[in-house]
Design a protein around this ligand. Structure first.
Ligand SMILES: [Zn+2]
Length: 541
């Protein structure tokens, strides 16, 4: 079973660029597989880790516990990532400061976990990506291995899976697989006019790649990171190019051969997540020539992977799912230019409005120092004390509230009301409201907030911006909202038992795992709440 995910791939890319795809990549999946044209994530925030945690668990972040790429861990008081784990060691990186990762924060089982349970571990389950979270989360807690690209241009893993890397991985790393792309020129795959027609000019004013990246807004992009020889700046630049996805395909092919995936009667699981599309999309936006080109290139890279699987295992023996972790919003400046209401809600301004409301309620006499000044939790972030406003969530400082005898529910209401006075904030929810079910599950935005809220890990107040507005984000283009441009993604399943076609029934990436489980005739993952996509399953299967 093969899961192919592309990081930050909107459903409409299949339609905008589909006629330019080659025959053996995405077009093969669209033609020979069942494609759901109306598949949306039913949670927010729509980020990489929550999306990847949903694909193979069939569960929302409320259940998987993966509520963001990062969040505030109440137990340690620290900002942690979805996969950070100090109890394991990183393998395969030559940077001693690079942090190790594991799936320990994932609370649900995956399709791979369930398969290994029923085959007494004979099934191999391997996750591969450029990003640690995108390799680790789809594979699951009982996976055989997960591999991701280290800061030093090699494929890394951690002692969560084994004490040392398999020899084939070390051999792969010894070839310095990233370094051969040093100085590579990223040119357009097709003629420039095709890009102007579909994506507009190459360097519009809203593309703002600073010179510090060692790159420019315009083609061709020369991949050096501004360095004279391969170093961390170059590896960072490589992430922001289609060449890192190419490296991923060659590693996936090595994994298939060396781990003998698909060779015996017990089904194996390989998950491959292409991350470069996300890095490029963040830098240039969804309507850029670069986003268009990396979409055409990932199609060719997926074709190479599918051709390889066809030659080694046979596509008729392989169940394949294709999806994405989230979409992306237009760059706010572009959306403003088009009259769509694009704007950036700046974090310092949001926090200032909240502090004003806190002072008015808890320090009406204007005492100095203001006792409410530390009501929002502060944590150490890269050496600076930072207020905990993350993923649109405000986390309170429980000790300060206790000290002043301030009721959590009440202070949450004060902040939630203040948030609604900020221009561009559409909704706000308090922890108590979400926990007591005082929200309406029939309201699609509220439902998505509930599905993204985990009591132990989410904040105390959740804010949602209006469409096309970024909540505290300064990056050129991003995602995270409950709106279509972030939630509407491809869902394609191809393989024995599936009737090919375009399906317009509502669907979600959360439906992939229950559907695969039904086809594999195994128990669905522990928290799977998605539905089996029965409309495409052949009778008698
Ligand atoms: Zn992203």
């Amino acid at each position: 079973m093969l899961l192919i995910a592309v990081d930050q791939f909107r459903y409409d890319y299949l339609e905008r660029f589909g006629d330019l795809f080659g025959p053996n990549g995405l077009r093969r999946l669209m033609h020979d597989g069942a494609m759901w044209t109306q598949a949306n994530y039913d949670h927010t925030p729509t980020y990489t880790a929550p999306g990847h945690s949903t694909m193979m668990t069939g569960a929302y972040p409320a259940e998987t516990g993966i509520v963001g790429n990062d969040w505030i861990d109440r137990a340690s008081g620290k900002r942690i990532t979805s996969v950070s784990d100090d109890t394991v060691k990183l393998l395969g990186s030559s940077d001693p400061k690079e942090p190790p990762s594991s799936p320990r924060r994932l609370l649900s089982s995956t399709v791979g976990d369930e398969l290994r349970l029923v085959t007494n571990d004979r099934s191999k389950v391997i996750g591969i990506s450029l990003k640690d979270r995108s390799a680790i989360l789809p594979a699951g807690r009982h996976a055989s291995a997960a591999y991701w690209l280290s800061n030093t241009g090699t494929m890394a893993s951690s002692t969560y899976y084994f004490n040392q890397l398999p020899a084939w991985v070390t051999n792969f790393n010894n070839t310095k697989p990233a370094d051969k792309y040093f100085g590579a020129k990223w040119e357009r795959l097709l003629s420039q006019s095709e890009y102007v027609k579909r994506a507009g000019p190459d360097s519009p004013s809203w593309e703002v790649v600073g010179s510090s990246t060692g790159d420019t807004n315009a083609f061709p992009h020369t991949i050096t990171g501004g360095a004279k020889a391969p170093n961390s700046a170059f590896y960072f630049a490589l992430d922001h190019s289609p060449f890192s996805n190419e490296l991923l395909v060659s590693f996936a092919q090595e994994a298939i051969v060396n781990e003998k995936l698909g060779e015996d009667d017990d089904p194996d699981v390989l998950t491959v997540s292409f991350s470069a599309n996300d890095y490029v999309g963040h830098r240039y936006g969804p309507y850029s020539q670069e986003a268009m080109d990396i979409t055409l290139r990932v199609d060719r890279q997926i074709a190479a992977l599918l051709d390889f699987v066809q030659a080694r295992v046979g596509l008729s023996n392989t169940l394949i799912a294709f999806t994405a972790d989230h979409g992306v919003s237009p760059i706010p400046e572009q959306a403003a230019d088009l009259g769509l209401g694009g704007a950036r809600l700046k974090a310092p301004e949001i926090l200032a409005a909240i502090h004003t409301a806190l002072s008015a309620r808890y320090n009406p006499q204007g005492r100095s120092p203001d006792p409410s000044a530390d009501y929002i939790y502060k944590y150490n972030y890269w050496g600076a004390l930072t207020e905990a406003f993350i993923n649109g969530n405000i986390y309170f400082n429980y000790e300060a509230l206790k000290r002043d005898n301030v009721d959590l529910d009440e202070v949450s209401k004060v902040v939630a009301s203040a948030a609604l006075t900020i221009p561009g904030v559409a909704r706000s929810f308090t922890r108590a409201q979400l926990l007591r079910g005082e929200t309406s599950i029939t309201d699609p935005i509220e439902r998505r907030v509930i599905h993204g809220f985990n009591p132990a890990r989410s904040g105390d107040v959740v804010m949602i911006a209006e469409p096309y507005k970024y909540l505290g984000d300064t990056i050129t283009a991003t995602h995270g909202s409950p709106y279509s441009y972030d939630t509407h993604v491809p869902v394609i399943i191809m393989g024995t038992g599936i009737t090919p076609g375009r399906y317009l029934e509502p669907a979600s990436p959360a439906d992939i795992a229950p559907t695969l489980s039904a086809l594999l005739r195994i128990t669905a993952p522990s928290s799977a709440t998605g539905r089996v996509l029965t409309e495409a399953i052949r009778k008698g299967i």
